[in-house]
Unconditional design. Sequence first.
Length: 156
Amino acid sequence: MENIAELINGLFDKNDKAAHKCLKELVSASEQSNDIYKFFDTFADMIDSDNSYIRARGLLLISANAKWDIDCKIDEIIDKYLHHIMDEKPITARQCIKALPNIAKHKPELVDDICTALRKANPLRYADSMQSLVSGDIEAAIKAINELARADLGLT
């Protein structure tokens, strides 16, 4: 647990490469067990950060821990999470959007909210160079979520 606490602290490192390494290790650990889920509240706080890198790390770790969310903590913060579909930084928005199919997979009760937010998103708020990328991410996320829904219904 001490190593996990160090990795959590590392998410806030001023050195973005070091922080990203901590993020990768925590996401990987989240795939294996629920040990990282204990820090969910920290991740939820991170998505309110003024620093877009910290926001993105929080978004990704929330998604990575969706399968462990027996306390329905994601349900409680979903509106705040979905706000980042149109984050002020398009890179953060893209990471949020790409993480949504994993949340939908593990939290099917949130699929309608997620898809509604994706459909309402307006990528035109970003510079021309980012609009098509964000639009493509939105389309890909909706497609992935629809495929999950079809698979759940046995329609694949």
